[in-house]
Design a protein around this ligand. Structure first.
Ligand SMILES: Nc1ncnc2c1ncn2[C@@H]1O[C@H](COP(=O)(O)OP(=O)(O)OP(=O)(O)O)[C@@H](O)[C@H]1O
Ligand SMILES: O=P(O)(O)OC[C@H]1O[C@H](OP(=O)(O)OP(=O)(O)O)[C@H](O)[C@@H]1O
Length: 210
């Protein structure tokens, strides 16, 4: 029985490779400069597919991957029914509302303009506060939006705080803590339990020594 794993390219990739190697799985091909998108460990009957970080939940939800590693931000943003089995405690950061200091006095319109890569998370956050917002969806360099007066505030990832600081912005509100999670397809957890459960056990142990 083969297990397919969706791995995010980018920031989380190195951690994921280290973790699987600690579990005795051969993902050494991923350490080089390979452009291959599918890597197999035949001995362990495992297949790894390399996908864009924000696409991991879709691959797992659709069942073309049984498990995946993704940031909690992408899981919240996609909002798909998946089993979240482990907090991998890496890729730690926060989703925050950021803007110029004394932002409240600067806002001239009564609907706050929010630039973000995370429209769903931003909407949920402001809905809960009962505040109406206009969302401006961007895909990167979010911090530019208040500088150009494209938006009043941003909802974005803050890790070290360098990007907001170097752009004259500050954290106004913290929305939630983020870290990478192991997610499992709901059907696969039942049909491939004998393969998935021991792997989760190994990952838990490996995480203790990382
Ligand atoms: N400083 C950071 N900036 C962005 N994400 C971070 C940071 N620190 C940790 N992360 C986590 O790492 C995950 C992957 O980030 P990465 O930058 O590789 O992809 P991305 O740029 O968010 O995705 P995409 O290419 O789909 O836009 C994020 O989803 C988040 O959970
Ligand atoms: O608090 P910091 O440590 O500065 O990290 C936060 C920054 O990192 C991310 O951007 P990324 O590097 O992914 O680039 P992007 O602008 O293309 O999203 C995020 O969107 C912030 O801009």
């Amino acid at each position: 029985m083969e297990l397919t794993v969706a791995l995010a390219k980018g920031r989380l990739a190195k951690f994921a490779v280290d973790l699987f190697e600690k579990c005795g799985i051969d993902v050494s091909e991923l350490r080089g400069d390979t452009r291959k998108l599918v890597i197999c460990d035949k001995k362990n009957e495992m297949k790894f597919v390399l996908v864009k970080p924000s696409d991991v939940p879709v691959y797992v939800y659709r069942g073309v991957a049984d498990i995946g590693i993704a940031g909690k931000d992408t899981l919240l943003e996609e909002g798909l029914p998946l089993y979240e089995m482990l907090d991998l405690k890496c890729g730690k950061c926060k989703i925050c509302v950021a803007g110029y200091p004394h932002q409240k006095e600067r806002i001239t319109s009564n609907i706050t303009r929010v630039a973000t890569k995370y429209p769903r998370i931003a909407k949920m956050y402001y809905d809960e506060k009962g505040e109406g917002i206009e969302i401006i969806k961007l895909n990167g360099s979010i911090e530019l939006a208040p500088i150009l007066d494209l938006s009043d505030v941003i909802v974005d990832i803050v890790e070290s705080g360098t990007t907001i600081r170097e752009n004259g912005l500050t954290v106004l509100e913290e929305v939630c803590d983020i870290s990478a999670r192991l997610v499992v397809n709901q059907v696969s957890l039942k049909t491939k339990a004998e393969k998935i459960q021991p792997l989760i056990g190994k990952m838990k142990k490996a995480l203790e020594d990382m």
